[in-house]
Design a protein around this ligand. Sequence first.
Ligand SMILES: Cc1cc2nc3c(=O)[nH]c(=O)nc-3n(C[C@H](O)[C@H](O)[C@H](O)COP(=O)(O)O)c2cc1C
Length: 169
Amino acid sequence: MKEVALFYGTYTGVTGEVAQKIVNELGADKVDIFNISKDGDKMENYKKLIIGTSTWSIGELQEDWNDFMPKLQKMDFTGKTVALFGTGDQVGYPDTFLDGMGMLYETFQYRGANFVGYWPTVGYDFTSPLPLLDHDHFVGLAIDEDNQPELTDERIKEWCSQIKPLLGI
Ligand SMILES: Cc1cc2nc3c(=O)[nH]c(=O)nc-3n(C[C@H](O)[C@H](O)[C@H](O)COP(=O)(O)O)c2cc1C
């Protein structure tokens, strides 16, 4: 078992691909990767987590995360470190862009987690308040494969170099 684990939820596969890229960037020998639809119960074994979701149905959490919510709401993340990432569509859904990531932030925060990997809002155009830490920062990495796919690899690279030392990798 590795020290860090990434858990993702995906519907059409986009968040799964981003998850794999993040693991490749951090080192596949350093980070375990799990789909929340199958392996959510393993989350309690790790102290350092990377958590990713897309947003669906205009402001809803990806459905596998939704299904896992009752279990998540019973877990204790006190003393644990969490880095969040989200995928969404800022042009199609500006009012609910990355709401799923915002919802997971609220849940993990309420359950005691410490966060790393906040991300600047420069270069995005949207109005949803939920994924924001403050006016200038998202609560985690923001990926828009629908409208800015050319920026994804660069964003992942920069975010990973930011979180690497904070996760002790
Ligand atoms: C019907 C529909 C509703 C969506 N709703 C949202 C939304 O409210 N907010 C958002 O940021 N993205 C929304 N999206 C975009 C998806 O989140 C985005 O394409 C994402 O990358 C899909 O990732 P996945 O394949 O890993 O689930 C929506 C897409 C569709 C087709």
